[in-house]
Design a protein around this ligand. Structure first.
Ligand code: 5RP
Length: 218
């Protein structure tokens, strides 16, 4: 089974977690795109969606799926999204696509967070994938210096602006021993909008694509 086939398999499995007659939170990235394509097949059963990025909103609309503002939608039944890394505790690194802030907001607004990923994303310890941090542009140097003090190597994501008009610093070479603590410490730096650690609010379920089928971790 190829990586894309594993992504499609977990996207199909995630449909089982979508309750009828509810509003669904939808993530961003190639795995989330497979989920959007599966959601299109059952679009008559849901009341609408809230997207975590402009790109996902466009794909949803392209399928004729209603996209709502979170402020009008209120509470969401489930949030389905991919990840860049996940531990067996379902602590995640997200934001490879730069949508981390809206992803964290939509996850926080959802009763259940179902993470979908192929097996390459499962790690023993987070941090091999550079940890994205969304930063207000005027605070770039201030935040970068604070990240160095925490032991990381911040690298500006060149030529990239988030959907919120901000920049991304990717933290390289950070061995993340305590993701809950680091998530809070990074968010405490003035100028940080949020960071890509999803540890204080981890996923509730991880659907992991393997060559032998979909494994469910919870
Ligand atoms: C985007 C994300 C994605 O969920 C993450 O980058 C995984 O993407 P893919 O499914 O393409 O591997 O956090 O900001």
């Amino acid at each position: 089974m190829t990586q894309d086939e594993m992504k499609r398999a977990v996207a199909q499995a995630a449909i089982e977690y979508v309750p009828s007659g509810t509003i669904v939170g939808v993530g961003t990235g190639s795995t989330a795109n497979y989920f959007i394509d599966e959601l299109a097949k059952i679009k008559g059963k849901i009341d609408g969606t809230v997207a975590s990025s402009i790109a996902s909103a466009e794909r949803l609309k392209g399928h004729g799926i209603e996209v709502m503002e979170l402020n009008t939608a209120g509470r969401l039944s489930v949030y389905v999204d991919g990840a860049d890394e996940s531990t067996r505790h379902l602590h995640l690194i997200k934001g490879g696509g730069g949508a981390l802030t809206r992803e964290k907001i939509v996850a926080a607004a959802s009763d259940k967070f179902v993470c979908i990923a192929d097996e390459s994303k499962l790690v023993d310890r987070l941090g091999k994938f550079p940890l994205p941090v969304e930063v207000i542009p005027m605070a770039r140097s201030l935040v970068a210096r604070a990240i160095v003090k925490l032991g990381g190597e911040p690298v500006l994501r060149e030529g990239f602006t988030t959907d919120n008009g901000n920049i991304i610093l990717d933290i390289h070479n950070m061995d993340i021993i305590d993701p809950v603590d680091l998530e809070a410490k990074l968010n405490d730096i003035a100028g940080v909008v949020t960071n890509g650690l999803f540890a204080r609010r981890p996923a509730d379920v991880l659907l992991l694509g393997t060559p032998n089928g979909v494994n469910v971790l919870e």
